[in-house]
Ligand binder design. Structure first.
Ligand code: OGA
Ligand code: MN
Length: 286
């Protein structure tokens, strides 16, 4: 696809595009926004290099796509300048746990999971800290027709608390405050039920909608049947042909579509890494 407002380099056949020629510190014209939106739908994840914007400008950019959604569960701090911005920060004193991240889509344990995420790289370590995205549409497309027919009409439960369970994240339970917060949220929380094959509300493309971080059980299946099929799908979704791995530069700004993607943050660094994140409210999946 070609665009009038910018140039876009496609980063892998499945997904990923790097955009040059857009300055996000300036108000976007409707024409520019429409083309950026088209690029997002086509590439699933788009990255703008060398951006210099404030938290308020990042919120304004996110709002062109939809309403910012407060995080359902997260251990992350909020920006003092703007509470809609999550601060994702690690350094030598607070290093990320290698192997801690799991492939996920942001906050799918709610009735209306996120439409997308706007992630702004404020400081990137000299090596490590890449992010990988998977096009779940490319993955679905490549399944055999028999498997597609098998998955068609199945629904699964998504549990946002699963990655924050006490045995997974013991440090979150070390002080009273964290424990009380998680416990109080969990008391009223019920896992969300979503179709395992999701249709994108704008493009009509279909994609797998399961992730190993939060998808816990296939409805109407025995636990062992469910585990067997989910295990296969989680493994299948790791196929390199479906992904794009981004090597960040400080001041990159990425926008991705959570409706047809998974992502994984590599926790392979100890130097400082600081990201500003906004997640955007989505619709009920179908
Ligand atoms: C997120 C996330 C990836 C990263 O923002 O939801 O998973 O690389 N971040 O920081
Ligand atoms: Mn995420």
């Amino acid at each position: 696809m070609t665009y009038e407002s910018f140039t876009l380099n496609e980063m892998s056949p499945a997904c990923g595009g790097i955009i040059e020629g857009i300055d996000l510190s300036q108000d976007l014209t409707n024409r520019q926004f429409d083309e950026i939106h088209d690029a997002l739908l086509d590439r699933t994840v788009i990255v703008f290099r060398d951006q210099h914007i404030t938290p308020d400008q990042q919120v304004a950019l996110a709002r062109r796509f939809g309403e910012p959604q407060p995080a359902a569960v997260s251990g992350f701090e909020k920006s003092a300048e703007n509470p809609e911005v999550d601060i994702l920060e690690y350094d030598a004193d607070n290093p990320p746990h290698v192997t801690r991240d799991l492939w996920h889509t942001d906050f799918v344990g709610t009735e209306r999971p996120t439409l997308g995420t706007v992630l702004y790289a404020k400081d990137i370590p000299p090596e490590g800290g890449d992010t990988i995205w998977v096009s779940t549409a490319a993955a679905y497309e490549a399944l055999s027709e028999r498997m597609k027919a098998h998955l068609d009409g199945l629904w699964a439960f998504h549990n946002s608390y699963q990655p924050y369970d006490e045995h997974v994240r013991p440090e979150m339970y070390e002080d009273e405050k964290g424990t009380d917060y998680i416990k109080s949220r969990r008391a009223t929380y019920r896992p969300a039920l979503h179709p395992m094959v999701r249709t994108h509300p704008v493009t009509g493309k279909q994609g797998l909608f399961v992730n190993e971080s939060m998808t816990s059980l296939i409805k109407d299946m025995d636990k062992r049947e469910s585990d067997f099929l989910l295990r296969y799908l989680f493994d299948y979704l790791r196929t390199p042909e479906f992904n794009y791995r981004h090597r960040w530069q400080t001041n990159d700004l990425a926008i991705w579509d959570n409706r047809l993607s998974l992502h994984y943050a590599l926790f392979d660094y100890t130097d400082h890494r600081l990201m500003h994140r906004i997640v955007i409210q989505g619709d009920v999946p179908y």
